[in-house]
Design a protein around this ligand. Sequence first.
Ligand code: BES
Ligand code: MN
Ligand code: ZN
Length: 495
Amino acid sequence: MSQNLVIRTASQPGTAPLSVIYAHERVAPMGAGAAIWKATGLDWQSVAETAGFKGRQGQVLDLLAPNGVTASRLLVLGAGKLGETAPLNAWTDRGGSLLGKLAPLRATDIAVILDGPDATPIAIAELAAGLRLRHYRFDKYKSARPDDASGTMTITLVVPDPAATDAAIADRGATVAGTLLARDLINEPANTLGPVEFAARAAELATLGVDVEILEPEQLAALGMNSLLCVAQGSARPARLVVMQWRGGNPASAPLAFVGKGVVFDTGGISIKPAASMEDMKGDMGGAAAVTGLLLALATRKAPVNAVGIIGLVENMPSANAVRPGDIVTAMSGTTIEVINTDAEGRLVLADALWYTQDRFKPRFMINLATLTGAVIVALGHDHGGLFCNDDALSAQLLGAGLAANEKLWRLPLGPAYDKIIESKFADIRNSAGRPGGAILAAQFLQRFVNGVPWAHLDIAGMAFGTAANEINTSWASGYGVALLDRLVRDHYQN
Ligand code: BES
Ligand code: MN
Ligand code: ZN
């Protein structure tokens, strides 16, 4: 059992036993922080020098039982260079870093004084987001231990304009909730999160005003989705395709479409994976999780936009019914696919999901997210998602949103020369064609199913899970993609 976190705002510090103030590099605390420091009667210069506190971002000065103030503990946090306006995502990190400092102190009542000139409601909302993102833990399967923190940690943000700050925190909080939903779905093991259970979690978005449809195998077969279905056929658990619609925009305007790979577990199928780290493949639905989290975020903050989220949910298992290497299936688009490697299953799922999306919704664009290839991890590691895009304007918007949200992307190429490589001896295309350019070949395969619609493919295999712990995430799953796409929508697609 972990501690609950409550974040509230107030205009006055109150009597919290732990107060937090900020100080910039080589200057004493300012504003309300200065008043608090003055009450202690201590000389800033000598205390800072003794403690080696320079005011750098991430530094902490911990003052126990100071005189003159109601708090029995005063933390001074470094705020970086004065006058250098921090980018918004630095405020997110600042919140995460603060929570990291507070958690081991077991404090339950904390006041954070935020009144600097750059502490705008939007910046403070980022700090609050960082607090919540860092606070997240996935410990539902851990038995309680006697020394576990429990109860509630209340953090009061003392700000000049509580009402405006509350509104900003709620708005940004919608996106945080989406990221945390994605993390929960990714961290959940496959025995408790099959296609049916995932679809049920998506169906819960209906309470927020999202229209949710769940398509079952008979309907998918009737639509001709043999590419998606051939991946699911080896599993005892049936496939689902979930369609989530948020209509917050002009009813006449075409929706934005987000499509997710939802392989609840990827054994590789008959082309079975080695045992090492196979347990990570419970996260092979990270694309679908991000799409579901995004729809939750848009609906929670009532975004003025029309959006549709489509996720293909399957389990890739070897069995007597499993698809074999050499099998040929006809996708919904009519394209025939030779299955060379049953472990290249994500593209088979997305082929039908993408075709269905453009065919039914005629969207402004389609963006798909998928833990698609190990090759993208070889190329980019765990700091950038791979971006493939047939539209330079959309690509630029995505790269910018990635930087702003600190969920970075790096663009990789598409091109006709790669198309030649995925030609098949027996069918129109094959799903695997050797190691060189593996991430690109997968993207090129997907492009065959977008029918010319503006489209981007985000290969998030290196980003959805297993990234290094950072200021705003210490959990295995990151929720990568939700903040990025929410930023894209906020910056470019809201009326
Ligand atoms: N789900 C994997 C890709 C993956 C690997 C995601 C590691 C996250 C971490 C995908 O289905 C896969 O197995 N891809 C193969 C494709 C190959 C057979 C063409 C790969 O990347 O090896
Ligand atoms: Mn695979
Ligand atoms: Zn996979």
